[in-house]
Design a protein around this ligand. Sequence first.
Ligand SMILES: Cc1cc2nc3c(=O)[nH]c(=O)nc-3n(C[C@H](O)[C@H](O)[C@H](O)COP(=O)(O)O)c2cc1C
Length: 212
Amino acid sequence: MATGPTLRTFPSLALDALRHPYWTAEYLRGGGLPKLEIWTAYAPPGSSASQVAAYYVEHWNNAQTWRDLDRIRNLWKDTFVVKGLVHADDAARAIAAGADAVTISNHGGNKLDCMQGALDSLAQVRASVGRDARLFFDGGIRRGSDLIVAKALGADFCFTGRATIYGVTAGGLRGAQRAIEILQSDLAYTMAMIGCRSVPDITRDYVSPTQP
Ligand SMILES: Cc1cc2nc3c(=O)[nH]c(=O)nc-3n(C[C@H](O)[C@H](O)[C@H](O)COP(=O)(O)O)c2cc1C
């Protein structure tokens, strides 16, 4: 049984690169494998992209607790957003600990794809944190209707990851901008179809009561 991601072999990658010369030239022109920029400053000087990635993994703290959250909140005087919570109690606790906002997210399911979906708990989270707490949301936003459903279930703001990444792979920065334009026009079209004039007017009533 496969237990991890399958890695492509170098010959198949090399063949792919040769078959897509424009893409390969652009990739090399951009400096090749992207570095984890926010970690580059801390890794040993001159580290390659894979050395920076290894440094990041080595220093990854996988045992953060609510005490750490309190400590960071005390040290960090600026806006503080906690990302990656899906359980209502956790979100309420983060807000009570002083977070300015919580991003309801399971990181796109990229670590555990059978994990509870962020959308599944969104309405419950909103009920738990109250109307005034700021809730951000991400996970699976691909169409205008996804934005509407997230707003209806309690999100104040949505992020999108893969929709824009797909745009980048197709057309670089312009591709990401195009992905956002598609989302915007699809949102406007769907708003017209459901007869809703503005985003603040999107309420829970637009979503079936049988939704989570
Ligand atoms: C390739 C990739 C790498 C990601 N790396 C991180 C990460 O390092 N930290 C993090 O909090 N989320 C990470 N995410 C999750 C995104 O921040 C975001 O939560 C997710 O992509 C949203 O779901 P969507 O892609 O369906 O829009 C990553 C997502 C992707 C696709």
